[in-house]
Design a protein around this ligand. Structure first.
Ligand SMILES: Nc1nc2c(c(=O)[nH]1)N[C@@H](CN(C=O)c1ccc(C(=O)N[C@@H](CCC(=O)O)C(=O)O)cc1)CN2
Length: 282
């Protein structure tokens, strides 16, 4: 392997330590801890695992969590009612609706029920617009985690060609917007893109956010590129063929231990940001 690994586990630990200090200061100031509410709909085992991981990290870092679990048979109206109630609760600083929700539920309608101030997951259209405009907001967790990871390895995006593979509302789309705000030249690739290998070969920074195991072959990567793999699939596989990509890349994120840990670290940091803002406006 030629590439240096970008260690998301270590950076996430540093961010958690900083978040813990800020959470303790909020608690001292207002007499109760910052609080993240999680909403899990249905019984997808991976989603349940991610929500448990979020709750555990909250507890480790001085943040309370409130869990709402709804059956897979829930209607959009039932899920939005649960979110609305959390949004109205002054003890809740941030709300996370675990994606994906079961198909009959309108996920976008549920997300839009979260107020901008409590959207610590950066999933509402108000947050997406703010990310596009570069105005203050909670930034989507995995995209913001990726930008922090790049920054910590001194990858300054200004003037670089960032190629994002995938355009999902929680990952591909916002990571491209944040890169654009950092003055990168951004190309989005998706299911209608022609000649994916050629597009990928033009990337100074490749962000793989497509959700298909090892779709991106190592030989497509330009020599010396930076490769960020936001995929996570059973068996520790990402969206990129890591072993061959690491022969050509300069920097690469491992799976696991790259982007994943940053997602939760940013979520909890955003929750404490929301609690701090509450202090300022109280
Ligand atoms: N509302 C949201 N839903 C989802 C998001 C999100 O950001 N907001 N992201 C993903 C899943 N996800 C968090 O929800 C997530 C995925 C992976 C990890 C992680 O730390 N992975 C570890 C490996 C963990 C393991 O399997 O043992 C790693 O990559 O090192 C954290 C969060 C979809 N839904």
């Amino acid at each position: 392997m030629n590439a240096q690994l970008m260690d998301g586990t270590r950076l996430a630990q540093q961010l958690h330590a900083e978040t813990r200090r800020r959470a303790d200061a909020v608690t001292l100031n207002r007499g109760h801890r910052p609080c993240l509410a999680t909403v899990l709909v249905g019984d997808d085992p991976a989603s349940a695992t991610y929500v448990r991981m979020k709750q555990r990290r909250c507890a480790e870092n001085g943040v309370d969590s409130r869990a709402v679990t709804l059956p897979a048979s829930s209607t959009t109206a039932e899920v939005t009612a649960a979110v609305r109630s959390l949004d109205a609760d002054p003890m809740v600083d941030g709300i996370l609706v675990q994606h994906p929700v079961p198909v009959p539920v309108d996920e976008r309608a549920v997300f839009e029920t979260i107020s901008h101030a409590k959207d610590v997951d950066g999933v509402t259209s108000a947050s997406l617009a703010a990310m596009a405009l570069g105005t203050p907001t909670h930034r989507s967790c995995t995209p913001a985690g990726i930008l922090r990871l790049l920054d910590s390895y001194a990858v300054a995006l200004s003037g670089l060609h960032v190629v994002v593979v995938g355009r999902s509302e929680i990952l591909g789309l916002p990571v491209g917007l944040l890169s654009l705000c950092a003055d990168a030249t951004v190309t989005y690739c998706h299911s209608h893109t022609q000649d994916l290998p050629t597009q990928i070969g033009r990337a100074d920074v490749l962000i793989a956010a497509v959700g298909r195991p090892q779709l991106i072959r190592g030989e497509w990567i330009r020599a010396g590129a930076v490769v960020v793999d936001a995929g996570y699939h059973p068996g520790g596989l990402g969206d990129v063929e890591t072993a061959t990509a690491a022969e050509r890349a300069r920097l690469i994120t491992p799976v696991p231990g790259g982007v994943g840990p940053m997602t939760i670290a940013v979520l909890i940091s955003n929750t404490v940001d929301a609690a701090e803002r509450g202090l300022v406006s109280a």
